[in-house]
Design a protein around this ligand. Structure first.
Ligand code: MG
Length: 311
């Protein structure tokens, strides 16, 4: 198996479990914003997870949903949106008129993040802005888990999917960040496209079994994931057969046995999204490689208390 530097950055070891800032540090600062990413990296959570979608003018931008997410997008009057245009229907310039510095705490989504800072004037970043930020020497230890969001509306549009991958890969290469980036997705066919176009990049395979509930108030992965019916216990082998370097299961799907299976196959296991202390402790007990969390500091606290380091 090829040893990719970015994969080794996510691999744990004896007394070592990595911490991955989910959308930066969503529990503390607005998600998928430069200030959130910089905060996470500054606290020693050098590994960042974030989500990439493409605008109408083919600009890769960092946002989670395929539509402008009403609970996190405000218009130029400061009001949270009441409708949700698609990101793929607005230009980069149009996207810049929206403020993503706060979460609407009256929404079901916002109630999940009552402690998130209330900021003004934050814009959806382009992928290239984050890449430039991470290239600064003070963030030399940073590595990126770049999730390419797969839009069900374009599931059969091969030209669109090829363009999405090629634009993302071209921007990473232009920034010289190809040795510090994982291509990560729930859409395994899109990951195959990544492997075709960019075999020098490692791929990271997300999974979520259908029997667990979706996280409240955000796009579901279920319609674009493979069907694992009857094969739930074989997922690590399926990831390895598909050429994956990482397996990224949902926190409630993983067991000590499946983590051990993945390790026997040489895979790195990074579990999402792990926010509750009892879940963090369980993942430590399972010997995962990396913990993806909205609260990277909380994970560091549990690791420290149990004698683990994260670098
Ligand atoms: Mg993501």
């Amino acid at each position: 198996m090829t040893r990719f530097p970015a994969v080794e950055a996510f691999r744990g070891g004896d007394g070592l479990i990595r911490v991955v800032g989910h959308r930066g540090a969503r529990g503390i600062l607005p998600e998928n914003t430069l200030i959130g990413f910089e905060f996470a990296m500054s606290t020693g959570a050098h590994l960042l997870e974030f989500d990439v979608v493409m605008t109408a003018d083919v600009v890769p931008v960092i946002t989670h949903n395929h539509r402008l997410h009403a609970p996190t997008f405000r218009d130029d009057s400061g009001n949270f949106l009441t409708d949700e245009p698609k990101v793929s229907d607005v230009t980069w310039e149009q996207l810049q008129s929206f403020d993503v510095g706060r979460v609407d705490v009256s929404s079901a989504y916002g109630r999940r993040f009552p402690d998130q800072a209330r900021l003004d004037g934050l814009r959806v970043p382009r992928l290239v802005e984050l890449l430039e930020r991470v290239k600064q020497p003070r963030f030399d230890a940073a590595n990126l888990m770049l999730e390419i969001k797969s839009d069900p509306d374009f599931a059969h549009d091969q030209a669109y999917r090829k363009t999405l991958v090629s634009r993302v890969v071209a921007e990473i290469r232009a920034a010289g960040m190809q040795e510090r980036t994982l291509l990560h997705s729930f859409d395994w066919n899109l990951l195959a496209e990544c492997q075709d176009q960019a075999p020098d990049f490692p791929t990271s395979f997300l999974t979520q079994l259908p029997d667990n509930d979706d996280e409240v108030g955000e796009d579901s992965s279920k319609s674009i994931s493979p069907d694992f019916s009857g094969r739930e216990h074989q997922i690590p082998s399926l990831v390895a057969e598909a050429g994956g370097s990482l397996w990224c299961p949902y926190v409630n799907d993983v067991t000590a046995e499946t983590v051990a299976d993945a390790h026997n196959l040489g895979l790195v296991v990074a579990v999402w999204t792990v926010n509750e202390p009892e879940d963090i402790d369980r993942m430590i007990d399972f010997n995962v490689d990396a913990i993806v969390s909205d609260y990277p500091g909380r994970v560091q606290g549990r690791l420290e208390a149990r004698g683990y380091s994260w670098t």
